[in-house]
Every structure is written in structure tokens, then in C-alpha cells.
Design a protein around this ligand. Structure first.
Ligand code: APR
Length: 175
């Protein structure tokens, strides 16, 4: 779907296989790897990624930091710790929005034309996925309102159920 000059699509797949300028890693604040998509990205990128992550000094929830992609087909990785779901009254929505917004802006600042996101915070961090998808697409719509280097945003879901939720959220912002 086209949102101004931004092409937005929701796919089902493994983000570590995508040949885009940058993929986003749903990290933790240490930025030193973990399970889920974080583990998959570090395994595919190789140990040089961890080496570079060690120089970053971690990240606050909602912040985004960029590294090389190493053995990944993607040129870069943007690492962002999303919020852990604690019931919705600890500012989780705003922190998740910040992860998406800061990753989009950081990609554009690094002259990336294509970016792929996983479903940040909806795995181990247990953020309810319907709300997470609404927040994500709201930030993408807001970002698309002004021109930038970014031309393509892919949301790479790991299950068809997740894909349906994000597809629904994408359709909802088009109206
Ligand atoms: N490609 C795309 N998506 C993936 C992949 C993959 N290879 N592997 C997992 N996912 C999906 C999960 O199915 C989920 O939908 O990524 C989404 C995010 O789930 P997590 O990876 O568990 O991330 P999150 O919920 O943000 O929790 C982050 O988990 O792995 C640790 O170090 C990480 O502490 C951090 C926490």
C-alpha cells in the first residue's frame, strides 16, 4: 500500500533473509543479544555484530541505535529495545511508539531507502499484538506525512496470525 511516497507492505517470513538497507532488531537494553528475533539476527550476522554492539553502551527502551549488517543480506541493523508489557499503565504505548518512530528516523538519517521491522515487543515482552500493530502503523503513517530517504517499509511477520493482525491495521490507516 502507498502512503504518500512510502510503500508499506506486510509479509510473512524470516527477517534475517531480507535484502533491504536495514532490518530492525527487537533487542533488549543491553544490546548484547538474546532469544527470539534478536537471537536469529545475531546468529545470521555473526560475531562481528556482537563486537560492534559491545561498543554501543546499551540503549534505553524506545531508543534506536544502528550497526553494520555483517553476514546478513541487509546492510545495517537498527537495534531498539521495545517495552515489556506490564499491563498498559507504565507508559508502554508511548515507548513502543518511540521504538518505531526512532527507528524510522534513524534509518532515514542514514540514507536507507528500505527498512524491515519485526513485530516489536509482541513475543517475549508480551505486548498485546492488536494494540502493537495499531501503534506501529500510526507511527508509519505519521512518518509518511513528510518526505524522506525511506521509500519502502516492510513489516516482516513470523506467523500468518500476526500477518493478518498487521494487514488489518494497515488497511485501517488507509481509510
Ligand atoms: N524473523 C521475523 N520475526 C521473528 C523472527 C525472525 N527470524 N524470530 C522471531 N520473530 C518474531 C516473534 O515471533 C515475535 O512476533 O519477532 C517478534 C518479536 O518477538 P521477540 O523476538 O520475542 O521480541 P520481543 O517480544 O520484543 O522481546 C525482546 O526477547 O529475544 C529477547 O533479547 C530479546 O530481551 C529481548 C526480548
Amino acid at each position: 500500500m502507498q502512503l504518500n511516497s512510502l510503500q508499506v507492505e506486510v509479509i510473512l517470513g524470516d527477517i534475517t533473509t531480507l535484502e533491504v538497507d536495514v532490518i530492525v532488531n527487537a533487542a533488549n537494553t543491553s544490546l548484547l543479544g538474546g532469544g527470539g528475533v534478536d537471537g536469529a539476527i545475531h546468529r545470521a550476522a555473526g560475531s562481528d555484530l556482537l563486537q560492534e554492539c559491545r561498543t554501543l553502551g546499551g540503549a534505553r527502551t524506545g531508543q534506536a541505535k544502528i550497526t553494520g549488517g555483517y553476514n546478513l543480506p541487509a546492510k545495517h541493523v537498527i537495534h531498539t529495545p521495545g517495552p515489556i508489557w506490564r499491563g498498559g499503565r507504565s507508559g508502554e504505548n508511548a515507548l513502543l511508539a518511540a521504538s518505531w518512530r526512532n527507528s524510522l528516523h534513524l534509518a532515514a538519517e542514514n540514507n536507507c531507502h528500505s527498512i524491515a521491522f519485526p513485530s516489536i515487543s509482541t513475543g517475549v515482552f508480551r505486548f498485546p499484538i492488536a494494540e502493537a500493530a495499531q501503534i506501529a502503523l500510526g507511527e508509519i503513517k505519521e512518518f509518511a506525512a513528510s518526505p524522506s530517504a525511506l521509500k519502502s517499509v516492510i513489516i516482516c511477520c513470523f506467523s500468518s496470525k500476526d500477518q493478518q493482525v498487521y494487514q488489518h491495521a494497515l488497511k485501517a490507516i488507509a481509510n
